[in-house]
Design a protein around this ligand. Structure first.
Ligand SMILES: C[S@@+](CC[C@H](N)C(=O)[O-])C[C@H]1O[C@@H](n2cnc3c(N)ncnc32)[C@H](O)[C@@H]1O
Length: 239
């Protein structure tokens, strides 16, 4: 199914940016041959985009994306920022162009290979500010110093149990650091990978509060998202 979708796409695609991404998807899946099931599940996001919404793999789609501005509304998301579940990394490259220091992390090798290709095309100044890696925050710890804050856009609707992820993320961010979570409101942007739907800020609050302190939470009806500003416990000792 994976190969058929890509080959079909390559046959009809005349857009060089998308052809390049389709090639990365094909090469990564051939190279990895023996994907573990988690990576495969994560990789499906990009296949789905290729088939259903290929515009979402193009830089000019992200240049106008509302999440790009949303992060600047939260001054707590600053310093060395971790983007948890960065996907194809388009937003991180654009944030680096604005001067933010950001590291995008994802379980998906396809996502990170696309992100690294985008990074390669940037100037040295931008490259210095943005990096990417494949990692599982649950079982791995960061190489080097902890992040000052973290951001996660459109990820937690894909995660059935946020406990292990939020506990794992504590090991990546400095105690007292903030985490900004953005999820769709209700069934906005729905896709088959969404295992949670949050119909109000209160529902997201109930989902998060057993695992992390929630400082501020708001529904945005213009863009149909809910945003929660959370804070990692000042008393925790990274394990
Ligand atoms: C819908 S995509 C969102 C990507 C990006 N943040 C965006 O806004 O386009 C969700 C991403 O979360 C990643 N993801 C889900 N669970 C994860 C986990 N435990 N660790 C790292 N990444 C994860 C998936 O691989 C996928 O790339």
């Amino acid at each position: 199914m994976l190969k058929t979708a890509i080959i079909n796409w390559l046959l009809v695609c005349t857009d060089p940016e998308l052809r390049d991404i389709a090639k990365i998807i094909k090469e990564t899946s051939v190279h990895n041959g023996q994907h573990d099931p988690i990576s495969l599940e994560c990789d499906k996001v990009f296949l789905e985009r290729l088939k259903v919404n290929p515009r979402a793999l193009k830089m000019n789609f992200w240049e106008k994306h509302f999440e790009l501005d949303s992060i600047s509304c939260f001054e707590e998301i600053c310093g060395k920022v971790l983007d948890f579940g960065c996907g194809s990394g388009h937003l991180d490259v654009l944030l680096a162009r604005r001067g933010m220091t950001v590291h995008g992390l994802d379980l998906s090798p396809i996502g990170i290979n696309i992100a690294n290709r985008l990074r390669e095309r940037e100037t040295q100044d931008v490259k210095k500010l943005v990096t990417f890696s494949v990692a599982d925050v649950i079982s791995q710890t960061p190489v080097g110093e902890l992040f000052d804050s973290a951001w996660s856009a459109h990820v937690f609707e894909h995660i059935a149990d946020p406990g292990p992820v939020l506990t794992g993320l504590q090991n990546w961010v400095k105690p007292g650091g903030h985490l900004l979570i953005s999820v769709p409101l209700g069934k906005a942007y729905d896709d088959p990978g969404h295992v949670n739907h949050f119909f109000s800020a209160h529902e997201l609050y109930q989902f998060l509060i057993p695992h992390i302190e929630v400082k501020k939470i708001e529904e945005n009806h213009e863009f149909h998202v809910i945003r929660a500003l959370c804070i990692f416990g000042k008393n925790h000792e990274p394990s």
